[in-house]
Design a protein around this ligand. Structure first.
Ligand code: MN
Ligand code: ZN
Length: 339
């Protein structure tokens, strides 16, 4: 079978490998149907993900069909439409004991530390395989994983009914944060540098859009909120300046959610944090968000039309990558489809 393997910076090829087999009673063999290409896959390809180990089969946004189950599997059956939860954890470190296994001390992410989904078949432990409604299109189920990231950011930011949420950045993760915040009854303001992205965000439910290129986001947010500020700020731009702005524009008792991997420092004074008693939280991957997101998808409470902009067969992974690199404004989520 075929797989997409990264062996070094800008070194990517389609390899032939043995089809995996079930060796444990609790494992499931999944025939991969669609895999989303994520910014973090691009970082591994560019050699700018310090966490990734090589060679690596990339891809962590995976949907497919159960082809076989181990003898002890009870919750899944052959033919089920499924999505993969791409994290494996130790189960006994402080994070795992605290219900925060997404930041496990020995965390391994499929597609980063272990081989991921850009291959025709995967064997996974059943606990990491979640069934979705068979009525969902593959272009919907492939988005469950990125939406769990949005759900995690909303959970970490404690988004509540009636809150005003500022989402900085209208890329795929910002859009997922937006949709989840709307399901919680929040008013959502979203900012970006691209009018096209903002127009799409508006169609996806944003109450207000702000173009950060030609206006001051914080001033606009203050005007919209009658000087209260945003109760929750989710920074999906992730540069030192947006973190600074987020602290400034947060309301009293507000929350700031940090998603970035930037190692450059921001310049943040203590006063606004203390004075407003702002809570600053990191949000990484997700914990236990798959059931909630799958429920929202199955019941059509979250509709994702328009997110997947292009599909490529596995063999054209290089064309897909060059489209993402060369025409970033033409793409939201690019996916690889199998068969
Ligand atoms: Mn992703
Ligand atoms: Zn752990």
């Amino acid at each position: 079978m075929k797989a997409v393997q990264v062996t070094g910076p800008h070194q990517l090829q389609i390899i032939e490998k043995e089809k995996p087999v079930i060796t444990d009673g609790h494992e499931v063999l999944v025939k991969v149907k669609m895999v989303g290409i994520c910014g973090s896959d691009m970082h591994i390809y560019h050699g700018t993900n310090p966490l990734a180990t090589l060679p690596r089969i990339i891809g962590h946004e995976v949907t497919g069909e159960v082809e076989a189950v181990g003898q002890d599997v009870t919750n899944l059956a052959i033919g089920d439409k499924v999505v993969i939860e791409p994290i494996e954890t130790c189960g006994h470190c402080y994070a795992c004991r605290s219900g925060r296994r997404n930041v496990c001390a020995e965390l391994e992410v499929f597609g980063v530390h272990r081989d991921g989904g850009m291959q025709e078949y995967l064997v996974m432990p059943e606990k990491l395989v979640h069934k979705v409604d068979s009525a969902l299109d593959w272009t919907e189920s492939v988005l469950v994983e990125p939406f769990t990231i949005g759900a995690q950011a909303n959970w970490r930011g404690d988004v509540r009914n009636g809150d005003v949420v500022l989402v900085m950045g209208a890329g795929p993760i910002g859009l997922c944060c937006l949709k989840v915040a709307k399901t919680k009854g929040a008013t959502v303001i979203i900012s970006d540098l691209s009018d096209d992205r903002l127009e799409f965000a508006k169609a996806w439910g944003a109450d207000y859009t702000i173009n950060a290129w030609n206006s001051n986001v914080n001033e606009e947010v203050m005007a919209i909120t009658k000087n209260e500020g945003a109760n929750v700020v989710i920074d999906a731009v992730c540069i030192p300046k947006t973190f600074e702005d987020a602290i400034e524009v947060a309301s009293v008792a507000g929350r700031v959610v940090v998603l970035g991997f930037d190692t450059k420092t921001s310049n943040i004074p203590q006063l606004p944090i203390t004075k407003k008693e702002v809570t600053i939280v990191g949000s990484r991957l997700q914990t236990d968000q798959f059931p909630e997101i799958i429920n929202l998808f199955n019941n059509k409470i979250i509709e994702t039309k328009g997110m997947v902009t292009q599909q490529f067969p596995l063999e054209q992974i290089k064309e897909a990558i060059s489209l993402i690199e060369n025409d970033p404004n033409e793409v939201r989520k690019v996916v690889l489809s199998f068969d």
